[in-house]
Write a protein that binds this ligand. Structure first.
Ligand code: GDP
Length: 268
């Protein structure tokens, strides 16, 4: 930090993963994320960084927070047990930004992105999130002419998805136009069920098979969608429709990750 002397820092680095990774690697999710944010935030302060934007995550809100979730729901109730380790670390990061703002006058702010998808995602079926997993599974089923794909849980949980370029755009917007203690939700404010997500990805990929539900896998939070009124009021809204986003994303996956190595679906 001292050598590069950046005047702005986006803290996107994190140990992240989907519902299974979170519940099987709790120490890494807690320790890595605490270390990443504490080191970056403290060194940004020491190096006199003009502005820093820390990324939280929508999973830091309480399990039973009223939906859509507003910013003031943070710490208003118990966390979802499947991702509590990650959530506690991310909450600490937001609090660090607030504390450095109060004690040292640093212009450090936080964004709370919803579930992301798009080019460059983690397409590992064990570690990744559902949006990437659906693309991998649907693509594999399509090229092997499998009759169906497997969906974890009941297919009923509802999630909100934001295309990655829209997030990048929102973060630059916040860096330029926002400076306050409260974190800001970044999303579309629209959610769909996991079943609907599977149908959408199947449509985009041209897969006409069925879906089989694996009830031995967890559902996690029943519903996760953000209230994005604050960011809207400042003048930012997401531009990419879900269908367009998944078209771009699937195209990228087929040309890059998908073409290189077909996934082994054994045991998933
Ligand atoms: P979450 O948003 O923290 O719960 O994390 P995920 O994106 O991993 O999972 C979201 C929902 O999708 C959960 O209800 C999962 O059980 C469900 N899901 C269905 N199929 C899959 C899959 O193949 N991979 C993942 N990661 N989740 C899946």
């Amino acid at each position: 930090m001292e050598r590069a002397r950046p005047h702005a820092v986006f803290v996107c680095a994190a140990t992240v993963g989907g519902i299974l990774a979170n519940s099987t690697r709790p120490a890494e999710f807690l320790y890595d994320n605490l270390a990443i944010e504490a080191n970056i935030i403290e060194s940004a302060h020491r190096a006199g960084v003009e502005k820093l934007l820390f990324l939280g995550s929508s999973c830091i809100y309480p399990r039973l927070a009223p939906q859509p979730m507003t910013e003031d729901m943070l710490l208003a109730g118990p966390l979802e047990p499947t991702n509590q380790w990650y959530a506690v670390a991310k909450i600490a990061g937001i609090k660090l930004c607030q504390a450095y703002r109060r004690q040292y006058g640093c212009d450090f702010i936080s964004a709370m992105p919803t579930n992301l998808f798009g080019p460059g995602d983690n397409y590992d079926l064990q570690q990744g999130h559902v949006a990437a997993a659906m693309q991998v599974k649907v693509h594999h089923a399509k090229i092997t002419r499998a009759p169906s794909i497997e969906i974890w849980g009941s297919g009923r949980p509802r999630r909100e998805f934001l295309y990655v370029d829209d997030l990048a755009d929102a973060l630059v917007f916040m860096m330029q136009h926002y400076s306050d203690e409260s974190h800001l939700n970044v999303g579309t404010g629209i959610d769909i069920s996991i079943r609907e997500l599977a149908e959408l990805v199947a449509k985009v990929a041209g897969f006409s098979g069925g879906f089989v539900y694996d009830a031995s896998k967890p559902d996690g939070m029943p519903r996760k969608v953000m209230n994005v009124d604050k960011l809207k009021a400042l003048g930012w809204v997401a531009k990419t429709s879900l269908e367009e986003g998944f078209r771009l994303s699937y195209e990228w996956y087929v040309q890059n990750a998908g073409a290189k190595r077909e996934p082994s679906l054994a045991g998933h």
